[in-house]
Design a protein around this ligand. Sequence first.
Ligand SMILES: *[C@@H]1O[C@H](CO)[C@@H](O)[C@H](O)[C@H]1NC(C)=O
Ligand SMILES: *[C@@H]1O[C@H](CO)[C@@H](O)[C@H](O)[C@H]1NC(C)=O
Length: 175
Amino acid sequence: MTLLFIVAISSLVHIGSGMPLRETKLSVFLHNFQSGPNATVAVVAGVAGKKWSFIEFGSLIVTDNPVTETSNIKSTPVGRAQGMYATAGLDGINSQVMLTLVFSNKKYDGSTLEIQGISKQFDKIRELSVISGTGKFRYARGFATFETFFVANPPNYSVVRLNVTVQYPFTWTHV
Ligand SMILES: *[C@@H]1O[C@H](CO)[C@@H](O)[C@H](O)[C@H]1NC(C)=O
Ligand SMILES: *[C@@H]1O[C@H](CO)[C@@H](O)[C@H](O)[C@H]1NC(C)=O
């Protein structure tokens, strides 16, 4: 099944004998502007005397990245990816991510998904947990993969494909 260009696929799943869960798969694109007047990422802190950067242990990065339906920044907006990345591996490889997907599209406007975990920054595909959500995604759990889709040269702009699978209790507000 291809998820490309499809914002959301939802289905009902039953786990054990508990209440029915709705499963939603999202495939969206996150845009990272690293520099310039419209930068969406800022390195805000680090270890004194070291270069603050995403590959230096102790660096803290805050982002507010636009999220869209396709890899084209001009495609339909889905929301924003707002959060923090802390380079938590002494070797500068692992980054601890706390990221909220703040939806503004028609279907999920006002809802959020909470992504958290270690991102192995140099892996082709990074898998993180989805630990909860709000609005339509209350009590959500699942996982998200991050895959670098495009890097500009010079590397001041990049696009990341985000595939999210979450399960959450079905309620009539979802209909
Ligand atoms: C920054 O954003 C403004 C307003 O959206 C836009 O007019 C301008 O072209 C952008 N600048 C760059 C370098 O992307
Ligand atoms: C990236 O840098 C190039 C060359 O300096 C510049 O033309 C381009 O507008 C920059 N892109 C962004 C998104 O800042």
